[in-house]
Write a protein that binds this ligand. Structure first.
Ligand SMILES: [Zn+2]
Length: 257
């Protein structure tokens, strides 16, 4: 992989509140999907574009800190069926893809840590499978082939606040045959220090950010709620689905701000 970062700093990040605790265990890891394997091939060279930095979080909204001007969120859906107006685009447009390549940090398969590592992996895989009902996703074994990297770790404190999950977006200029084009690169951190159901809810939420939902719903029943309700949300609501489907109809990243 010789692609280079467009901006040295994280472009978009969101501050997520801790998910509620749950009890359920079980489930199966998802197999890698070979259908779109070609889309996950390593890219060749690219060039950096002017830096741009944008931060969004649940408490203070979106802030541009330097570089290109951010684009404005879209107007609300007149029918109120989604929360598109809460999504923040990057200065280069919507960080969405038709197909995503995801790498999940492997854990121990034997020894004392295996039980905990596999519980974490299972929770993340279940959450990923939920998004795969709406999006083509290939799970890859090599992180350099992925646009989304999911790490088994507790996010560092930010502004004195702890959270169980975090997603951070960078834009990389990537050449896949024709002109170099920006691509999203998302780092997702999911804390293993939660009950399985809570890990799954956290993963569902953070993966929603990774797949382009850079904003929060105001309805606790939505997977992308800014403030989760007492019961972990393990499935996508009608509004979650409608918002993602709206996003997938928008143009993706453009070569310039
Ligand atoms: Zn969030």
């Amino acid at each position: 992989m010789t692609a280079r970062a467009l901006a040295p700093a994280v472009l978009l990040s969101v501050l997520c509140l801790p998910a509620a605790l749950g009890l359920q265990t079980g489930g199966l890891a998802s197999p890698a999907d070979g259908l779109h394997a070609a889309a996950c091939a390593p890219a060749t060279a690219g060039q950096p574009l002017p830096a741009a930095s944008l931060t969004a979080n649940s408490s203070s909204g979106a802030n541009a800190s330097s570089g290109a001007s951010p684009r404005l969120p879209p107007p609300a859906d007149p029918a109120g069926g989604d929360y598109r107006h809460r999504l923040q685009p990057t200065p280069f447009g919507w960080p969405r893809l038709d197909h995503w390549c995801v790498w999940i940090e492997p854990g121990a398969t034997e020894g004392p840590a295996a039980r905990w590592d596999q519980a974490w992996h299972q929770a993340v895989s279940r959450a990923l499978d939920t998004w795969r009902e709406l999006l083509p996703v290939t799970v890859v074994d090599e992180p350099e082939r992925a646009q989304v990297l999911v790490w088994r770790r507790r996010p560092a404190l930010r502004g004195g606040r702890a959270s169980h999950g975090r997603a951070e977006l960078e834009l990389w200029l990537v050449q896949r045959g024709g002109e170099p084009l920006p691509e999203p690169r998302v780092t997702v951190s999911i804390s293993p220090g939660q009950r399985p159901e809570a890990m799954q809810a956290t993963a569902l939420h953070e993966l929603g950010h990774a797949f382009g939902l850079w904003g929060h719903s105001d309805d606790p029943a939505d997977a992308m709620a800014a403030v989760p309700g007492p019961v972990p949300v393990l499935g996508l609501s009608r509004r979650d689905r409608a918002t993602l489907q709206w996003l997938q109809r928008q143009p993706g990243l453009s070569p310039s701000p």
